[in-house]
Design a protein around this ligand. Structure first.
Ligand SMILES: [Zn+2]
Ligand SMILES: [Zn+2]
Length: 260
């Protein structure tokens, strides 16, 4: 395995937004039916994990032709959810195929606009909904030495930079399915509030002091190595034959919020 001369650092960015949607038109009314899905990251952790308020979970995958995740990724992801959430009405996966949005590389603001235009499933009644966009372009934050694989940017919103995953898979000879499930499950972990996103986890001492909102346990799904001086993050991915699981401390945090 050869690395490019410029090492590649993988950045799984999280954006913590504590403000509701705002716009520039002076019209800052969020449409009512979208309001529940316009909260800051981590705000729906307990709603996703427990059945205190919502009995069912709908996950909507939105993608353009050619950017659907692997079938094995979808199955593994659904098993991952079923092992963590208490949803007696079940977990419902909806797939919405769209024409490829233009304008890549995408800023998070553009990703929000794409969500606004194409998301069809919102939280309603006793069913909570999550939006996952598999982007047909890269992140605007990418540089020569770092790429963004995915971002959890709102309480029920995730973007997976599928085009970036495909490029990384091809150039670094990493299994695409491994990249997909790593990224998807990791970002969902952020929707679950990990690690200590709202500073209400019961095990605050496992938050990585050097990589905030991530876990110090190297084998944990929520681990992240952001060092600019080595290739640990990429090597970690390359050495994986399957997606990592939550470590016991992260699981304890999820259980404290009503998860399995
Ligand atoms: Zn992360
Ligand atoms: Zn952990």
């Amino acid at each position: 395995m050869k690395f490019p001369p410029n090492y590649l650092v993988i950045v799984l960015l999280i954006f913590i937004s504590f403000t509701a949607c705002k716009n520039d038109n002076g019209d800052d009314q969020v449409e009512d039916f979208k309001a529940e899905n316009r909260k800051g990251l981590g705000r729906s952790a307990a709603d996703l994990l427990s059945n205190d308020t919502y009995q069912g979970l709908t996950v909507e995958f939105v993608y353009a032709n050619g950017f659907r995740p692997r079938e094995s990724t979808i199955n593994t992801f659904l098993d991952f959810l079923a092992a963590r959430v208490v949803k007696p009405d079940g977990i419902n996966l909806v797939e919405t195929v769209i024409s490829a949005p233009q304008g890549a590389p995408f800023t998070t603001e553009e990703i929000r606009d794409i969500e606004d235009e194409f998301r069809t499933k919102y939280t309603v009644g006793d069913e909570i909904a999550v939006f996952v966009f598999f982007a047909n372009g890269n992140s605007d934050n990418d540089t020569e030495t770092s790429v963004t694989l995915g971002t959890a940017y709102q309480n029920t919103s995730i973007v997976i930079y599928e085009k970036t995953l495909e490029e990384l898979s091809a150039s670094q000879n990493i299994d695409l399915g491994i990249l997909e499930i790593n990224t998807l499950n990791h970002e969902f972990g952020h929707l679950f509030g990990l690690v200590n996103i709202l500073e209400d986890d019961i095990h605050t001492d496992h938050e990585d002091p050097n990589n905030s909102k991530h876990c110090v346990v190297q084998d944990c799904l929520m681990y992240f190595e952001t060092s600019n001086t080595d290739r640990a993050a990429l090597q970690l991915l390359m050495n994986r034959s399957a997606a990592p699981e939550f470590d016991p401390l992260c699981i304890a945090d999820l259980q404290a919020k009503g998860g399995l």
